[in-house]
Design a protein around this ligand. Sequence first.
Ligand SMILES: C[S@@+](CC[C@H](N)C(=O)[O-])C[C@H]1O[C@@H](n2cnc3c(N)ncnc32)[C@H](O)[C@@H]1O
Length: 348
Amino acid sequence: MTTDRDVVVRDADYLRIIIHGTTAFELLRTGLEFDLFEILESSGGMDLAKVAAAIGTGEQPARVLLLGLTSLRLLEKRGDRYVNGDLVRRKLLKSSPRFLGPLVDMQARVINASMGDLAASVRAGANVGLRHLTGPGTTLYERLTAHPELQEVFYANMGDASRNAFDQILDRYDFSGARRVVDIGGGDGTNSVKLALRHPHLEVTVFDQESVTRLAAGRIEDPGLRRRIRFQAGDLFTDPLPEGADTILFFHIFEIWSLERNTELLRKCHAALPDGGTCLVYNFVSDDEGTGSMSAGLLSPYFLTLASGEGMVYSPRDMEQALLAAGFSRVERYQDMGFSHALVVGHK
Ligand SMILES: C[S@@+](CC[C@H](N)C(=O)[O-])C[C@H]1O[C@@H](n2cnc3c(N)ncnc32)[C@H](O)[C@@H]1O
């Protein structure tokens, strides 16, 4: 079934987009860099000469850019005027309901250079692509601590994705029985802040690497929130988890590690919880059959090639099995959460 929103392409063009993927990506990114979509939106559309003048380039390079973006159906041509297509209006304007600029930035500045090492990473079963980033450790998260400007790019995108995705949990999961929450690998605190704002009875501790907890703590100004959100620096694998939690958030962590390491981590969470405690595992998911979604298929190589060398976008069934193997007595699955996400809750 197709809808008004589907972009229909011939199979030869579909293959072209894959083979010329770097070019297609750079056309889109360059459009963003030159604020072209914003300029076209505020002007109501422009002809070639006006676009070239507005973005400060010659007409020939502007023509190359406009041709490329129009062939990709991001722009449309009405008479002599280029205007934004529907997809640009929905996703590529800063005022769009779901602006994808932070994701494009993350791809361009953190991920893309490593993707040429996918074959080597598949062969080695390791994140060979990490060689493009200097710094400590063997994961992207550790290396980013040596690059504050890239760490900003990472959390701008991660926080943006979490901000959008987490609303669904807040609408569907009942936190009324929870009192003390630990957000492990809580990143810039986006989820913890949203949770604490929605549920004033909760106390939350964000547990993450030292430089990340510093970044997260620096973002909270509200004194009320500061009293209810604490930060504890530590290593997930080698340090004890914060004590006293009845609920653990395991958000966008499961994707990073192998199933064995996830089970080990979940066992540690299980041990830290009282009877009746819960662990919420929430992240991007593939389907149980291993055939999609496209988002799962395109995100997984990032975990192998760059992030850790061992993770991928798993299925909800993988998440359930890991929770049960870690000792949780009962699991509950919340599917169809949107944003290709699922929540699986383990009950102790
Ligand atoms: C993909 S981000 C998820 C952030 C947050 N949970 C969210 O959903 O937005 C993974 C987080 O795990 C943290 N992390 C990775 N390895 C870690 C380790 N060994 N110890 C502590 N934190 C770690 C990273 O610093 C990063 O903030």
